[in-house]
Ligand binder design. Structure first.
Ligand code: NAX
Length: 332
C-alpha cells in the first residue's frame, strides 16, 4: 500500500479473546473499515489462550476467506507480547464470562489477574500512543488493573466500554419516541458498566428538542432506567447467550469515535478519573466525553441535580468496593 493511492500506512490492531463470541462479530467490523476508516489498512494481532487456539485458527481461516481489501496481515498467538507488539489500538475482550454460580466479586477475582499480565505486556511492547478499550467484564475494574500495570503509558489511553449501555439507552428512547436512533444525540452513561450505571437523559436531544421535553420523567426515571440496566440479562434469557453483536458494534463505535472524532457529540467512555465531578482520582468511571484528533476530553461543566448525584455516588461506592477487592493487583 502506498500513500498516493489514497491508502494510509497499515496500523496494528490487537484483539484478545478473538475466538470468542464478541470477537467473531468485532473482527469483521474492524476488517471492513467500520472502525478505523475505509482507507485505513490494518494488521490484526489476535490473542487467545491455548484452549482457544484451534477455534482461533478457524476464525483466521474465515477472515482470509472474506478477502478484505483492508486487511494487510493476520497474526494469531497465545503470547500477549506478540499480540500487543507495536499495537496502535487494543481491544481487551478476552476474559471469563460470568456463570450462574458467580457473583460480581467472584468475577472480579477470576478475571483481575488476566489484566495484570496484559497491562505489563502493553507497557513493554505496545506503541506508546496505543489506545486501549476494555470490554471483558468487570470492564471498569479490569481497565483500572491494566492501566495500573502499565505505568509508562498515560492513563488517558486506557478506557472501558459503556457505549453498549449508551446505545441501549438510545434504542429505548428511539422506540418510545417513534423516531430513528440517528435523531438522538448527547445521551450518555455515568459510572460503572453494571446495573448501577446511569443513562443521563438531561442533555440529550431528539430531533433537536430536549429529551426531557419529548419523553416523560416518570418513564425516564422508571421503566427506561430499569430496561437499560437489566438489558444484558434480558438478552441472555431470550437468546440463551450474552450480547455479542451489539457489544461488538458498541466497541466499534467507541474506538471509531476515539480514532476519528465524535463530531462534537457527547459520547460515553469510562476512563481513569482525574477528579472530574468529584469522582476519586484513578477510578475508571464513565463520563460524558468528546473526541477530537485522537484525544478524549471529559465534558466537565454539566450541572448535576440531586438524582444524578445520587446515581454518581452509588457508582463511586460500587467501584471503590471493586477497587478494594483487587488492591493487590494494582502494583502499589
Ligand atoms: P466468550 O466466552 O465467547 O469469549 C471469550 C474468549 O476469551 C474465549 O475465546 C476465551 O478463550 C478467551 N480468553 C479467556 N481468557 C483469555 C485471556 N487471558 N487472554 C486471551 N483470551 C482469553 O465471551 P464473549 O461473549 O466474547 O464476551 C467477552 C467478554 O465481554 C466477557 O467478559 C463479557 O462479560 C464481556 N462483555 C462486556 C460487555 C460490555 O458492555 N462491556 C457487554 C458484552 C459482554 O458481556
Amino acid at each position: 500500500m502506498c500513500e498516493d493511492d489514497g491508502m494510509k500506512k497499515s496500523i496494528r490492531v490487537a484483539v484478545t479473546g478473538a475466538a470468542g463470541n464478541i470477537g467473531y462479530a468485532l473482527l469483521w467490523r474492524i476488517a471492513s473499515g467500520d472502525c478505523f476508516g475505509a482507507n485505513q489498512p490494518v494488521t490484526l494481532q489476535l490473542l487467545e489462550i491455548p484452549p482457544g487456539m484451534q477455534r482461533l485458527d478457524g476464525v483466521i481461516m474465515e477472515l482470509k476467506d472474506s478477502a478484505f481489501p483492508l486487511v494487510h496481515d493476520i497474526v494469531g498467538t497465545d503470547d500477549p507480547n506478540i499480540a500487543f507488539k507495536d499495537a496502535d489500538a487494543i481491544f481487551l475482550v478476552g476474559s471469563r464470562p460470568r456463570t450462574k454460580d458467580m457473583d460480581r466479586a467472584d468475577l472480579v477475582a477470576a478475571n483481575g489477574p488476566i489484566f495484570v499480565g496484559q497491562g505489563k505486556a502493553i507497557n513493554a511492547v505496545a506503541s506508546p500512543n496505543v489506545k486501549v478499550i476494555t470490554v471483558g467484564n468487570p470492564c471498569n475494574t479490569n481497565a483500572l488493573i491494566a492501566c495500573a500495570n502499565a505505568p509508562d503509558i498515560p492513563s488517558r489511553q486506557f478506557t472501558a466500554m459503556t457505549r453498549l449501555d449508551q446505545n441501549r439507552a438510545v434504542g429505548q428512547m428511539a422506540e418510545r419516541a417513534g423516531v430513528t436512533a440517528s435523531t438522538i444525540h448527547d445521551v450518555f452513561i455515568w459510572g460503572n458498566h453494571a446495573n448501577t450505571m446511569y443513562p443521563d437523559p438531561r442533555f440529550g436531544t431528539i430531533d433537536g428538542k430536549s429529551v426531557t421535553d419529548v419523553l416523560d420523567k416518570e418513564w425516564l426515571q422508571g421503566a427506561f432506567l430499569e430496561t437499560v440496566a437489566t438489558r444484558g440479562k434480558a438478552i441472555i434469557v431470550a437468546r440463551g447467550a450474552s450480547s455479542a453483536a451489539s457489544a461488538a458494534s458498541a466497541a466499534t463505535d467507541h474506538m471509531r469515535d476515539w480514532w476519528q472524532g465524535s463530531n462534537g457529540r457527547i459520547v460515553s467512555m469510562a476512563l481513569p478519573s482525574e477528579g472530574w465531578y468529584g469522582v476519586p482520582e484513578g477510578l475508571v468511571f464513565s463520563f460524558p466525553c468528546r473526541c477530537e484528533n485522537g484525544e478524549v476530553t471529559v465534558v466537565e461543566d454539566l450541572p448535576i441535580d440531586s438524582f444524578a448525584q445520587s446515581k454518581i455516588d452509588e457508582n463511586v461506592a460500587a467501584l471503590l468496593e471493586e477497587r478494594d477487592a483487587v488492591s493487590e493487583l494494582l502494583g502499589n
